[in-house]
Design a protein around this ligand. Sequence first.
Ligand code: SF4
Ligand code: SF4
Length: 354
Amino acid sequence: MSVRERSIRAQFRVVYASKRRLKPPPLLASNMAMSLPRATLPDDAAGSPAMTAAGTGDAAIVDIQRFSLHDGPGIRTTIFLKGCALRCAWCQNPESLRIKPEMAFYSERCRNTMRCAAVCPEDAIVGEADHRIDFSKCTACGLCAEACDHDAIRLIGMPLVEETLVAEILKDRDFFIDSGGGVTLSGGEPMMQAAYLQRLLPRLKAHDLHIAMQTGGLFNWTHMEPLLPYLNLIYFDLKHMDSEAHKRLTGAGNEQILENFSRIVKSGVRVEARMPVVPGLNDDAENIRATARFLESQGHTALHCLAYHNLGEAKIPRIAPILAPLGMPSLDLSALHDMAHRFKEEGIDVIICD
Ligand code: SF4
Ligand code: SF4
């Protein structure tokens, strides 16, 4: 392991998010639709060269979360891979969206020692007392993060070869076996790094690990097919049944996503549908009904409902501009129970994920 990789690895933190519980104000879907910035797809979206290239490089990893209890059965290690083809307006992990490594600046930790500016080869640290990174100059070399004594700058997207990642995961193999757990691939969108997964998954399976994936569903099917024999469980997000609304909220229509869901169902790999519930954006009666009918058509009678949390908004100013904050409070538990009741009336059992 290189000195640089060791340094970057030291920056990883197990994140236990403190979730604020605030009751959302009543929001009208029509008002929200008018005020929402229209999401646009990035250059590295599905179908672009970045998605179709075979790729032999290391994966960019945002985080490795050990002892995770909410990303599948048992005790799990969740791997957050960098890059996503969608730009959901409510994204809680904006630092995962770009596929390339990038820098994050935590101004609240900065003590103005300016060690970062002294080492930056691009003169990308600008300003005096209130300095910041000029992202138009920054090449994400990571030197400033290494120089900073106060953990005020981090490189997001640690490059990791499969061997290193497998070794990290295997540290908890005994816990996986005892608890019926395993590994969960998350993101971002794990399928953005499908070529890496094609090399990683056989190595994990050789150790008889249970492998789950969380996906937003926008990927080329030819990338998923070779992974299916190694996957035990796929959590598949269904965000909106109306393709126009889906495009407005995430940057892409839902046709390919729904087709991919059907293909996974037909493949026989276990797939569980999930819906991030965002007040005023996808919790209307029409979308609930359409989602229920789609699930029914796929032979599914259950849906995980995930509460919208606004945790991602604090992260947006730390990185190069990528998303506009929604400015909404998090969804509270009672609203999620209400969704469960409404889905039940449509014949769908909801698993509440707060
Ligand atoms: S080295 Fe760190 S603490 Fe010092 S000025 Fe730069 S960012 Fe701030
Ligand atoms: S990561 Fe960016 S800001 Fe930091 S030293 Fe490298 S070029 Fe400069």
